[in-house]
Design a protein. Structure first.
Length: 325
């Protein structure tokens, strides 16, 4: 009996030590911000991302793209920071993101805050860079050429235990703003200062860039320039176009975006029953499981339709005629 108890105690101690070792990998800046070194990309690795990896991962791109090769290696850090959720009465939360610092020995750099595009898993985000080709590309392109890159995972992604905040305006702005502040504290602790601030993003990330830029403007925080592409400035109009005027040229994953959209609004804006109202019964469980990361997009896409569909008599019920928007 004593032997069994000793084994249990030993196992408990070992488990506790493992947890302590994992936690100790983070360096505390203050009570709300800590960071963890996760690796260094060499110049060779960065240039492989910009050439051979780009070709294999983005082979479907319509025209060839050539990037300037990286001039310096890059150190990578995962950041944990405290924030609040505006849509939930400023509920406290913890979020994550990435800082990529040019490995040049300089003590001052311009900063690019990059807002990532739509991803269909919890972990294909900047702080898990090995699972995010988009982030790798941005790190190689910007941090590999002398810019600090800062990128928030958003609430519900990365280490966050919250529901996904997909296309939720104030939460998005808050996550990006508090990530920027956290990165400044981390960099200051390293003796690194920041000069100009740039913003960039693609698709969902360009929408995030716009709402983040608005937040910075209200606080009179200067932004040198912002670059965006494929911006869904009005999510409502985007959804209407997908539903009322689908096209064979639409990406098949627009259905996944629509699924995340309605579930995200139900959870973040406290709209119980929204998804059941918006989604046909035969698809509801798949949409719910997809949003909560219980099934992958590869699994969900086998069940969901190719395009978002209008319900029967939809246009008669709301008095609209389908048209392109």
């Amino acid at each position: 009996m004593k032997k069994k108890i000793s084994i249990v105690v030993c196992l408990y101690i070992c488990f506790s030590l493992l947890l302590f070792a994992s936690a100790s990998n983070y360096t505390m800046v203050n009570s709300g911000v800590s960071y963890q070194y996760i690796g260094t990309y060499s110049i060779k690795q960065l240039n492989e991302i910009l050439t051979t990896q780009l070709s294999s991962d983005f082979i479907a791109r319509p025209t060839p793209v050539k990037f300037e090769l990286a001039q310096n290696s890059v150190k990578l850090y995962r950041v944990k920071y405290h924030s609040i959720i505006p849509e939930q009465n400023n509920k406290p939360t913890v979020a994550s993101g990435l800082i990529a610092i040019p490995n040049t020995g300089k003590k001052s750099y311009p900063v690019v805050s990059y807002q990532h595009g739509t991803v269909f898993t919890k972990y294909e985000v900047p702080s898990n860079i090995e699972d995010s080709m988009e982030t790798k590309l941005e790190v190689a392109n910007f941090a590999g050429n002398g810019y600090i890159l800062v990128a928030a995972d958003y609430f519900g992604k990365g280490i966050s235990s919250e529901p996904d905040s997909y296309m939720v305006k104030e939460s998005t702005a808050q996550a990006c703003f508090d990530m920027l502040k956290a990165s400044q504290e981390v960099l200051n602790s390293m003796g690194i200062s920041q000069t100009q601030l740039f913003l960039s993003g693609w698709s969902q990330g360009s929408w995030c860039t716009n709402v983040f830029r608005k937040r910075l403007e209200t606080l009179s925080i200067p932004v040198t320039a912002a670059g965006m592409a494929a911006t869904p400035n009005d999510p409502y109009l985007v959804m209407l176009r997908w539903i009322d005027n689908p096209s064979d040229s639409d990406a098949q994953w627009t259905v996944g975006c629509a699924a995340l959209f309605v579930e995200s609004y139900e959870h973040n804006y406290d709209l119980p029953g929204l998804t059941k109202e918006a989604v046909k019964p035969e698809y509801y469980q798949t949409v719910s499981d997809f949003y909560s990361n219980k099934v992958t997009w590869a699994q969900a896409s086998k069940i969901l339709p190719q395009h978002p569909e209008s319900p029967r008599n939809y246009n008669e019920e709301i008095g609209l005629t389908p048209k392109a928007v």
